[in-house]
Design a binder for this molecule. Structure first.
Ligand code: FES
Length: 250
């Protein structure tokens, strides 16, 4: 969370972050650049690629694999998978903050005066869909379980034990995704919310403590898991197109 104070002067735009010497525009610019490149990459893969599997590896963009043909033509399988992570990430509390601040600069940060351009309506009107985040969580928990299955299944190829760079990447990816998903604010409420007495519900208290540890670094998990998904698909795609050779150690 950026903590800022207004600087005396004629411009309400000039603010100084007391905890960083980096220019204020740098972080939002990086967010816009990286998110935009990722979204374009995901869109192109989802629409133009028809396969996400190579040997024992399956891209998270194509899991679970769904094959539907319309008039003999294969509907891009990634289209059936994309809505779930998209709904989860777009309504995520961290991504909402990042998107509003970086793309719209509205609001720019906590306690920072803004140029007059209307009231912030982050969870009303069109944005009321942000409140559906907990339902997106339920769906993504199922998908994360499927990705765990894929990662474990990648240890077996043609009936034998297999261990390769792809296996390692897939396992790391699902660990990062689990760190992000289980640290979700809605998950924290799911396991620990609605209880006035934690000492009466020790198991839920312990779960809540565990989720809170992940939740404290939710922003970092959001970034790391986005890169891990990206890297997993990229590696498998390079294998599919014969750009890199398969690396395995068994
Ligand atoms: Fe970020 Fe739920 S708040 S995933």
């Amino acid at each position: 969370m950026a903590v800022s104070r207004a600087v005396d002067g004629p411009s309400r735009d000039r603010v100084q972050n007391p905890y960083s010497r980096r220019p204020n525009w740098l972080y939002p610019a990086v967010v816009v650049a990286v998110f935009s490149v990722f979204v374009v990459y995901a869109f192109l893969i989802g629409v133009f690629e028809t396969s996400g599997s190579f040997g024992p590896y399956l891209s998270p963009f194509f899991s679970p694999p769904i094959e539907v043909r319309v008039a003999g033509f294969l509907v891009p399988p990634g289209i059936w998978v994309a809505p779930f992570p998209l709904a989860f990430r777009l309504t995520c509390y961290y991504y909402r903050k990042a998107i509003f601040r970086a793309y719209f600069r509205h609001p720019r940060a906590c306690a920072v005066p803004e140029p007059p351009r209307g009231t912030y309506r982050g969870e009303t009107r069109l944005w009321i869909f942000n409140n559906l985040h907990r339902f997106a969580l339920y769906l993504i928990l199922v998908q994360t379980a499927i990705l765990w299955y894929d990662a474990v299944a990648s240890f077996v190829y043609r009936g034998s034990f297999h261990f390769g760079l792809g296996t390692l990447i897939m396992v790391l990816n699902v660990v990062c995704l689990s760190g992000y998903t289980l640290g979700c604010h809605s998950m924290r409420h799911l396991v620990g919310g609605g209880k006035d007495c934690f000492s009466c519900h020790r198991a839920r208290y312990r779960l809540w403590r565990g989720v809170s540890v992940l939740n404290a670094r939710h922003e970092a998990w959001a970034w790391v898991s986005m890169f891990s998904v990206w890297a997993t698909d990229l590696y498998i795609r390079l294998l599919i197109h014969g750009v890199v050779p398969q690396a395995s150690w068994n």
